[in-house]
Design a protein around this ligand. Structure first.
Ligand code: TRP
Length: 333
C-alpha cells in the first residue's frame, strides 16, 4: 500500500457492558486523537472474540456490544467520520480467519503469552475451547482485512500484533503477493496514562472489579475514589505521602491541571488523603462530564443505525481484500 494509507483498525472485546478508564487511557483516547488528526478509522466491537471466555453466557454479548458502542461515541468517536461496527456483522472476518488458520504454524499460537496465561486458568483440554488457541488468528483477520497503516491498542496486545504481521508476511511469501503490507503498533507512550492503575493499585481490570467506568455517574465515581488505595504509611495529615504508589495521585496526574502542586504537598505532608480524594473526584468528574452527557443522549435505536452504516463501510473494504486473497491463493474468486 502506498504512503498515503491513513487507515486505522482497532477493536475491543464485548465481555462487559462498561469500558473503564484503563480501556480509555490505554487505547480509546488514542483512537479519538487519530480520528481528529484525519485518519480513516475502523473501530470494531469484537463480539466473536468475547466468546473465547463467554460461550456459556453469550446472551449478554449483544447488549454489551451496544453499550460499548455508546462508550466509543461518548469518548469522542464521531460516526460521521469513523466506521464503528460489530465484528460479526462483517462475515469476511470469519472467512479470512479460516484461510489464515490453514497456514498459521501451531507453534506460534502455543507460544503466545496470553494463550499460556488463559490455558493455565483452565483445567484440562476437555474444557479448553479450540477458539482460544486461534484468538490471535481471528485478530489478525480483523486487522489485515483493512490493510491498515497502524493498529492502536493497549500494551497487552503487542504479542497479538506481532503474530499478525508474521501471518501477513507468511501469506505474502507463500502466495507470491504483496497484498498485506506490515502495519505499525500504536501503543501509548505516556506511562502514567498507559498504566493507569485500578482503585487498589493493581492493573485496572474488569475481573478485579477495581475500575472507574466511563459510564459511571459522578456519585458512583466519588464513592469509588473514596475507597481508593493511598500511601499506607500516611495516617495523619502531616505524614509524608508517596504519590508514585498512590492510586489517587496517579489519577490526579492524568486528570488534574494542578497535579504538580498536589503531589508536592502530598510528598511533604502538607495535605491529607481526604483532600486529595476530594480534588481527585472533582477532576475526574469534570474530565468525564461531557462524555457522560453525550452518552446519556444516545438511544439504542440510534446506535443500531450507526452500527449498520459502520458495517456497510467496513464490508466494502473487507470484500475487496477478500477478492484479492482468493485470487492470490488460486481459489475461484
Ligand atoms: N484482543 C483485543 C483486546 O482484547 C481486541 C481485538 C480484537 C482487537 N480484534 C482486534 C484489537 C483487532 C485490535 C485489532 O483488547
Amino acid at each position: 500500500m502506498n504512503s498515503d494509507n491513513k487507515r486505522i483498525l482497532s477493536g475491543m472485546r464485548a465481555t462487559s457492558p462498561k469500558l473503564h478508564l484503563g480501556n480509555y487511557e490505554g487505547a480509546l483516547r488514542n483512537w479519538v486523537d487519530l480520528q481528529n488528526k484525519g485518519y480513516e478509522m475502523f473501530c470494531m466491537v469484537a463480539d466473536w472474540h468475547s466468546l473465547t471466555t463467554m460461550s456459556e453466557n453469550s446472551g449478554e454479548i449483544g447488549h454489551n456490544s451496544i453499550e460499548i458502542t455508546k462508550d466509543y461515541i461518548a469518548a469522542g468517536l464521531n460516526p460521521e467520520k469513523s466506521a464503528i461496527f460489530i465484528q460479526s456483522h462483517v462475515k469476511e472476518h470469519a472467512e479470512l480467519h479460516l484461510l489464515f488458520s490453514m497456514m498459521t504454524p501451531l507453534g506460534w499460537l502455543e507460544r503466545t503469552p496470553t494463550y499460556k496465561e488463559k490455558k493455565a486458568e483452565i483445567e484440562g483440554a476437555e474444557r479448553e475451547p479450540y477458539g482460544l488457541l486461534g484468538y490471535p488468528v481471528l485478530q489478525t483477520s480483523d486487522i489485515l482485512l483493512y490493510r491498515p497503516y497502524g493498529v492502536p491498542v493497549g500494551r497487552d496486545q503487542a504479542p497479538h500484533l506481532e503474530i499478525g504481521n508474521d501471518i501477513g508476511q507468511r501469506f505474502n511469501r507463500l502466495y507470491k503477493t504483496e497484498i498485506f503490507p506490515t502495519y505499525k503498533y500504536l501503543i501509548p507512550e505516556d506511562e502514567t496514562r498507559a498504566k493507569l492503575p485500578g482503585l487498589d493499585m493493581r492493573k485496572m481490570s474488569k475481573s478485579y472489579d477495581n475500575g472507574i467506568n466511563l459510564s459511571d455517574t459522578a456519585e458512583e465515581t466519588a464513592k469509588k475514589i473514596k475507597t481508593a488505595y493511598t500511601t499506607p504509611t500516611k495516617i495523619k495529615m502531616d505524614d509524608p505521602g508517596i504519590p508514585e504508589g498512590c492510586a489517587v495521585c496517579q489519577y490526579l496526574k492524568v486528570y488534574s491541571p494542578d497535579w504538580q502542586t498536589q503531589w508536592e504537598e502530598d510528598r511533604q505532608g502538607l495535605r491529607g488523603c481526604s483532600k486529595n480524594k476530594n480534588e481527585c473526584i472533582e477532576a475526574v468528574n469534570e474530565y468525564f462530564r461531557p462524555m457522560r452527557e453525550r452518552r446519556a443522549q444516545l438511544a439504542d435505536g440510534d446506535v443500531l443505525e450507526i452500527l449498520n452504516k459502520g458495517a456497510e463501510r467496513a464490508r466494502e473494504v473487507a470484500c475487496a481484500t477478500m477478492v484479492e486473497v482468493r485470487v492470490a491463493m488460486g481459489l475461484l474468486a
